[in-house]
Write a protein that binds this ligand. Structure first.
Ligand SMILES: Cc1cc2nc3c(=O)[nH]c(=O)nc-3n(C[C@H](O)[C@H](O)[C@H](O)COP(=O)(O)OP(=O)(O)OC[C@H]3O[C@@H](n4cnc5c(N)ncnc54)[C@H](O)[C@@H]3O)c2cc1C
Length: 476
């Protein structure tokens, strides 16, 4: 009997982890099957893209992964690249928010929109006095007894007031999801705040309690401790390169864009149709591309699934890396970067001071900045041509940071329709999608479109999916 075949579509972090885990499970379970990875581009890594140029290490896509969710660090340990991990620079822990064209430091102890250190909070010029009073009243706001999802804006306005939403909540969330808080789902994007409200009746009370518990735990804990944000000495691509290096030869097919996947009357093997017209067959198919692409592949197989996948929406973003000499920049750059509220009407959504956040990003005497552009409120800017967009970014950075020289070089990278928007009801929609997928045996979906956008979430979901694929193969 021929051994079963699994086709994984998309060679970003989700696809690579899915294949890596499948190979690990194959070994552990002494189960014989073949795994093939189909990637449209001529490189693996997807959104994770590091570029080394003139002594600078640039991230075009993600620049960090968080340590709070352990799956990233666990994978690094497994791959033997834990010594490559770097934490953020201790001396520059501040973050800034733009207010009236100036950079204001986020007060110490601020957790998204929740102030946990009163002294620092009361001194900040970020909020008006009535705005501060309203935020401090959060513990007195009655808890919402309904389990129904609500928008992030609704939740933050209800618990902390409009000023907290506009001046901090919206820009902080935009730095992660580049979305509109009026449409983003609270349960899918900020589940922790919802849980704290449920458990303690107040986010602030819950955070203070959690901080107490954490300091107790830290006293007891051994082993290495990481900062919240992590990267690698030679950039984020260290992770995807290490995964790619573990794939046996012939596993990954590059330049292999998929056009369609189908199956005869829901039985027999899956047919994978490539853009070239070539056809490959597999017993199980795992789609790790965006839900939007998946909807296209499945249109002729399950219209109801394809339609539901099509309800998941995306925003386009671009990153601009700018390398400067340090001298002509007046600002102290003593932080990780800044976010910009939409009320500032800026081209910038956020900017990381990459070389201040991590070591090994710029040569001595130089600085690397990375601007984030586009998203729900920046579609018009995203659509401008390269020259216009770069000029606007450079001009605004020069004004905000007091930069008196042109950059040494810039690198613009556009990611069209790349930022998934978990809109209100997202988790319900994912459940409905899962119910449809069950009707297509041998079909699996993972990737950032469904159960978490962060790299550790993608890793965890891809690993779980690989385990489900093995389970399916065992039942064939
Ligand atoms: C600019 C930016 C910055 C980010 N910053 C961070 C960050 O700092 N930290 C963090 O945790 N997360 C960050 N994210 C989110 C995170 O990078 C992504 O959620 C994650 O990398 C998604 O991985 P993925 O494998 O699911 O998808 P992708 O990386 O998008 O991979 C999908 C792959 O499928 C391939 N593909 C598409 N269509 C086809 C086809 N028809 N046939 C075959 N292959 C196909 C693509 O070429 C791609 O390689 C950021 C995202 C962006 C866009």
């Amino acid at each position: 009997m021929e051994k079963p075949k699994v086709a994984v579509i998309g060679g970003g972090i989700s696809g690579l982890v899915c294949v890596f885990k499948l190979l690990e499970l194959k070994e552990q379970n002494k189960k014989d099957f073949e795994v093939l990875l189909f990637e449209k581009e001529m490189r693996l890594g997807g959104t994770i893209e590091t570029l080394e140029k003139d002594g600078f290490t640039l991230e075009r896509g993600p620049d960090s992964f968080i340590s709070e969710k352990p799956w990233g660090v666990e994978l690094c340990n497994k791959l033997g690249i834990q010594n490559e991990i770097i934490g953020t620079r201790n001396e520059n822990r501040k973050s800034f928010i733009v207010r009236r064209k100036k950079l204001i430091p986020l007060p110490e102890g601020f957790y998204l929109v929740a102030p946990t250190q009163m002294k620092a909070f009361l001194r900040t010029p970020l909020f008006s006095f009535p705005g501060k009073l309203r935020m401090m009243m959060e513990p007195m706001v009655p808890r919402n007894s309904s389990d129904a999802d609500e928008s992030v804006a609704c939740f933050l306005r209800r618990r902390f007031g409009n000023e907290a939403l506009e001046r901090v909540g919206q820009p902080m969330l935009a730095g992660i999801y580049t979305g509109d808080p009026e449409t983003l789902s609270m349960t899918a994007t900020m589940p922790r705040f919802r849980e704290l409200e449920k458990k303690y009746g107040s986010v602030l009370k819950g955070l203070l309690q959690a901080a107490e518990n954490k300091s107790e735990k830290l006293k007891e804990a051994g082993g290495p401790r990481y900062s919240l944000f992590l990267s690698f000495k030679r950039g984020m691509e260290t992770l995807t390169r290490a995964l790619a290096a573990r794939l046996p030869q012939g596993t990954a097919r590059l330049g292999a864009g998929i056009k369609e996947i189908s199956r005869d009357k829901f039985s027999g093997p899956w047919r994978i149709v490539l853009a070239t017209g070539q056809i490959s067959v597999a017993d199980a198919v795992c789609l790790t591309t965006s839900a939007r692409s998946a909807a296209g592949f499945l249109n002729n197989t399950s219209q109801s699934l394809s339609k539901k996948l099509g309800f998941i929406t995306y925003e386009s973003v671009a990153t601009v890396n700018l390398a400067y000499r340090r001298d002509p920049i007046t600002h102290t750059l003593d932080g990780f970067g800044f976010v910009v509220p939409r009320t500032e009407e800026s081209v910038l959504v956020a900017c990381s001071f990459s070389s201040q956040k991590y070591d090994f990003r710029a040569p001595e005497g130089a600085v690397l900045l990375r601007a984030f552009v586009g998203g729900a409120f920046g579609r018009e800017f995203f659509n401008r041509d390269d020259g216009e967009l770069l000029d606007k970014v450079k001009k605004e950075l020069a004004e905000l940071l007091g930069i008196k020289a042109e950059p040494l070089f810039t690198v613009l990278r556009r990611y069209p329709d790349s930022m998934v928007q978990y809109r209100v009801g997202h988790l319900e929609l994912v459940k409905e999608i899962e119910n449809e997928v069950v009707k297509c045996p041998g079909l699996f979906l993972t990737g950032s479109s469904y159960r978490g956008v962060g790299i550790p979430d993608c890793i965890a979901d891809a690993e779980r999916t690989a385990a489900r694929i093995l389970d399916y193969l065992n039942r064939l």
